[in-house]
Write a protein that binds this ligand. Structure first.
Ligand SMILES: CCCCCCCCCCCCC/C=C/[C@@H](O)[C@H](COP(=O)(O)O)NC(C)=O
Ligand SMILES: Nc1ncnc2c1ncn2[C@@H]1O[C@H](COP(=O)(O)OP(=O)(O)O)[C@@H](O)[C@H]1O
Ligand SMILES: [Ca+2]
Length: 507
């Protein structure tokens, strides 16, 4: 829709796709407005206001509005009617279930929602049922009871852990309603089509940042209001035949696992806890022995060292998903699992990170794997082998600048569709004496960071929550959940060029 700002206010044209209109309202003109410019000669001008998404730099969205005036009341009502009918036809949510974590991040979830998000939802005439969680897993348990079909979407106000909780509730509900046993690693899981919206109010917020391009509550609220839909890969994690967790951002063993384990006890520090535990873990410099086996993701058309990363309407995600479903049709899951060979790597690792997305976040704008794709049915498996503290520091610093994080002799990255890991400890089961010794010894090392021997085993960090066992089997489920997002739009310099071209058209 091409809108002319009011002549006397602003001579710039602005182009707004109707899909990015938030609301249309009849405007009551006050006395002062009536007496502006040429309208004052009119008997009784009529007006309506269009609220729309205004895109600023760095993927930031804001709500802007423009008022249209005309003399003909009938014409004015026709415009309002036409635009309202247009909005009705789009997949914009009308009824949302909102979970707020009052303790996540800087503990501002409730005020962020009430001050920044609720006013926008009411402007867009979205009705909400709001639940302020009282304990961990409150949201997850609640999702097994609510009448989920009443809602067009579920919104979580918090960080990655809160998203993970809502996602587990929705997926778990879907499997339960379909009679699927999640403990079977090969179970044909039922997709969850209810969209999830994330209002960032946590510590890392990497899921929001990686799917929207910024961690900003208003921007995320506007993506929910316009009814965006971004599919997302989900990894299922099992230990033997027991379901552990789903993961969409990071499955990290070693460095990120130890950071999480140490920071859990320091939640009162808020986001700072990761900096404190990060430094402590870096200094302890523990490495872990184990065996990784994985199946390369043959169906994908991209690679972790591509230069073009995942963007809105990503071709690589679309093409990879097509090739995966083609493979599935031709030879089915059974053959696919056997047919692809498993690669095996044994070694000593400082970190093992499997990411379903770039894991970009305010702390690391490019993320752990900049070219990872949101919806290509694969995960990037990053192996950081034992190296000196200095080299590991160089590797970490690369996460905060534009240099290639994988350009080190001790770093390998593979695009996989499934992988397994066992720690040397669980492999050395020939004599439990060594195990007891290592466990006790391990505890001593853990409490004395100065020692840099290898502790028996680390902990898996799964989207910011710890896993109970170190031996896991992971499988990627392509485009398994959907977010109220659209991926990262082309970068803002294009937007600047875009608005420049619209001004040129006018002049
Ligand atoms: C000396 C220079 C060091 C620079 C290090 C850069 C590190 C970049 C950190 C990226 C972490 C991305 C993975 C995110 C995982 C989140 O799911 C998890 C939980 O996020 P939440 O706290 O629930 O929002 N956060 C952490 C740190 O484990
Ligand atoms: N009311 C609550 N009290 C305590 N913990 C909660 C509550 N609501 C949610 N949680 C738990 O807090 C954890 C972290 O939440 P999150 O929003 O990710 O904060 P952060 O980003 O700081 O980790 C989640 O695993 C969630 O299960
Ligand atoms: Ca992926």
């Amino acid at each position: 829709m091409r809108m002319r700002q009011n002549p006397q206010f602003d001579r710039k044209n602005c182009f707004v796709p109707t899909s990015e209109i938030i609301a249309v309202e009849e405007t009551e003109l006050n006395k002062k407005q009536r007496n502006i410019g040429k309208w004052q000669k009119m008997a009784k001008p009529h007006a309506f206001t269009v609220y729309y998404v205004k895109k600023a730099r760095n993927h930031r969205w804001r709500c802007s509005d423009v008022t249209f005036w005309c003399v003909d009341e009938h014409l004015c009502n026709q415009w309002i009617q036409a635009l309202k009918e247009l909005l009705e036809m789009q997949s914009k949510p009308k009824q949302l279930l909102v979970y707020i974590n009052p303790y996540g991040g800087k503990r501002q979830g409730k005020s962020i929602y009430e001050q920044k998000v609720a006013p926008l939802f009411s402007l867009a005439s979205i009705s909400t049922d709001v639940v302020i969680t009282e304990h961990a897993n409150h949201a997850k348990d609640n999702l097994f009871e609510v009448n989920i079909n009443k809602y067009d979407g579920v919104v979580c106000v918090g960080g990655d852990g809160m998203f993970s909780e809502v996602m587990h509730g929705l997926i778990g509900r879907m499997q339960k309603d379909s009679g699927i046993d999640q403990n079977n690693p090969k179970a044909p899981l039922v997709q969850c089509n209810i969209r999830i919206g994330i209002i960032p109010a946590g510590s890392t917020d990497c899921i929001c940042y990686s799917t929207v391009g910024i961690s900003d509550p208003v921007t995320s609220a506007l993506h929910i209001i316009v009814g965006d839909c971004q599919p997302l890969d989900v990894s299922s994690v099992h230990h033997n035949n027991t379901f552990l967790k789903y993961s969409v951002s990071l499955l990290g063993y070693g460095f990120y696992g130890d950071i999480l384990k140490d920071s859990e006890k320091k939640r009162w520090m808020g986001p700072m806890r990761y900096d404190y535990s990060g430094l402590k873990t870096f200094l302890s410099h523990h490495y872990y022995e184990g065996t990784i086996s994985f199946q390369p993701a043959k169906h994908t058309v991209g690679s972790p060292q591509d230069k073009d990363s995942c963007r809105t309407g990503c071709y690589i995600c679309k093409k990879s998903e097509q090739q995966l479903s083609q493979q599935y049709k031709e030879c089915g899951l059974k053959h696919e699992e056997d047919e692809e060979e498993w690669k095996v790597i044994k070694g000593k690792f400082l970190a093992i990170n499997a990411v379903n997305m770039s894991c970009a976040c305010p702390r690391s704008p490019k993320g752990l794997s900049p070219a990872a794709h949101l919806a290509d049915g694969s995960a990037d498996l990053i192996l950081v082998r034992k190296c000196s503290r200095f080299d590991f520091l160089r590797y970490l610093v690369r996460h905060t600048n534009q240099d290639d994080q994988f350009d080190f002799s001790f770093v390998d990255v593979y695009r996989v569709k499934s992988f397994q890991f066992t720690s040397k400890l669980s492999e050395d089961n020939e004599s439990n004496v060594t195990d007891i010794g290592k466990k006790r010894f391990g505890q001593f090392c853990r409490d004395h960071p100065a020692c840099c021997c290898n502790i028996a085993s680390s902990t898996w960090n799964c989207d910011g929550e710890t896993l109970d066992s170190s031996a896991i089997q992971v499988r990627v489920h392509c485009q398994f959940v959907k977010l109220f997002a659209r991926g990262i739009e082309e970068n803002s310099k294009d937007e600047a060029a875009y608005s420049q071209s619209s001004i040129e058209q006018l002049l």
